[in-house]
Ligand binder design. Structure first.
Ligand SMILES: Cc1ncc(COP(=O)(O)O)c(C=O)c1O
Length: 419
């Protein structure tokens, strides 16, 4: 008996009709790689997008969970990508890694691995806690929430970085993991990882470095001769690192690398289950079925760009960032917060309401994120932004002047991220 009042139409439409409907639905969307977009979107150029898309689409129907039986190519991409990212992160002999669907999943499974590790190595931690700097990503709280751990999140970021003295004071018998970000999303200033590493070593703790944003930026910043605190496996206490392929790695959305210093720790990360009719079920991440597209596109883009392709892009981004810094410093009352080393930064004002400035910029079509400690606009840079720096700064100067003159007041929009 057919149902009436269907939202799910009984008869299908032609592709032409569906395509027209898609275009209509997207009419109000922003274009992700419009250079007036300074939010989290990672565009390395049209040629790179083409490579990522081609590779992604070739594997659209392939499921990573069957990579050992049906899709040896996916196994190979994953092994190759992990090997390349391990090299980038100065991993020692014996390190290993896996691909997840994104930064959040990498962090959740890193926390899971640390929890399992602690059961063997920190038995005194009967109510396990992780210590997260003020700026650490909410994924650490999500992980703790799911895994039954407690997060001790620091109260502030003096000097715009993790407060290592406060971290040291927070360590207890129950601490199992310390976190540092390279760099964190708010502020963008790399945490003092050598000092955090010393603390981890002194107490025998798991140290996770969240390089989701900086994994494909900071190694090249260092290579180009700029100062960046050491953040990778060259610090012996660093146990795991997350580095996102779908951010500055430029793959299609849905890929992050989670690396472990010691492949023996993979057993803490892996989930296995055998007690059901279909046999052994075993994955490294949270996902069961996982699209082959993201890892294929990561592999293709890494081969296409090579080390030098990433470095060239980072060099251009640093030049763009410097033009922004100079322009912002030249506007009365505005300043960059801290000295962000990577591809993004935040700026604000000790004198005028930067959210009012943000409102004017938004009305003029500039998209960017906001943060609130301190109040800031957060700009995430790509090579395409070379074309808009002057136009942005001209609008910014006018917006700041209008706010200073009392012509504009903030609409009071708080930063929000709701998916
Ligand atoms: C520093 C940092 N860590 C983790 C994440 C989470 O990554 P994802 O959004 O891919 O889950 C982000 C996202 O922006 C991030 O900036």
């Amino acid at each position: 008996m057919p149902k009436t009042n269907r939202t799910f139409a009984a008869k299908g439409e032609s592709w032409a009709e569906v395509e027209a409907a898609l275009d209509e639905a997207r009419a109000g969307d922003k274009l992700w790689n419009d250079p007036r977009n300074l939010r989290a979107a990672y565009d390395a150029g049209d040629d790179v997008i083409r490579v990522a898309t081609e590779a992604f689409n070739r594997h659209l129907g392939d499921n990573v969970i069957f990579n050992t039986s049906s899709y040896p190519s996916l196994r190979r991409y994953e092994d190759d990508v992990v090997a390349m990212v391990l090299e980038l992160m100065n991993a020692p002999e014996g390190a290993s890694g896996s691909i997840t669907t994104g930064g959040t999943e990498s962090i959740v499974v890193a926390v899971k691995a640390a929890r399992e590790w602690a059961r063997e190595h920190r038995p005194q931690a009967t109510a396990p806690e992780i210590i997260v700097p003020r700026t650490g990503h909410p994924a650490f709280n999500r992980a703790a929430d799911m895994l039954g751990l407690k997060v001790v999140r620091l109260a502030e970021s003096p000097a715009f970085r993790a407060d290592v003295a406060a971290m040291a004071r927070a360590v207890t018998e129950n601490t199992v993991m310390l976190v540092g970000s390279a760099p964190p999303y708010p502020l963008g200033v790399v945490d003092p990882l050598p000092e955090i590493a010393a603390l981890a070593e002194a107490h025998g703790l798991w140290l996770h470095v969240d390089a989701c944003l900086g994994g494909f930026v900071l190694p090249f910043v260092q290579d180009l001769g700029h100062a960046v605190p050491t953040f990778d496996f060259s610090l012996a206490p660093v146990t795991s690192i997350s580095a996102d392929l779908h951010k500055y790695g430029y793959s299609g959305r849905g890929a992050s690398a989670l690396l472990l210093r010691d492949r023996a720790y993979a057993r803490y990360q892996r989930f296995e289950f055998d007690d059901w009719p279909a046999g052994l079920y075993s994955t490294m991440g949270l996902a069961g079925s996982r699209n082959g597209g993201p890892v294929a596109s990561a592999w293709a883009v890494m081969r296409y760009l090579g080390y030098d392709g990433y470095r060239e892009r980072v060099e251009k981004i640093l030049a763009i960032k410097q033009r922004f810094f100079d322009g912002i410093d030249a506007i009365e009352g505005l300043c960059v917060w801290g000295a962000p080393e990577g591809g993004h930064f935040s700026f604000g004002s000790p004198e005028i309401d930067i959210f009012a400035v943000a409102d004017v910029m938004a009305e003029r079509g500039w998209l960017c994120a906001r943060a609130r400690e301190p109040k800031a606009l957060v700009l995430i840079l790509n090579i395409q932004h070379a074309a808009i720096v002057e136009a942005y700064l001209a609008d910014l100067a006018e917006a700041a002047a209008a706010v200073r003159a009392g012509q504009v007041e903030s609409r009071g929009d708080e930063p929000i991220y709701i998916g």
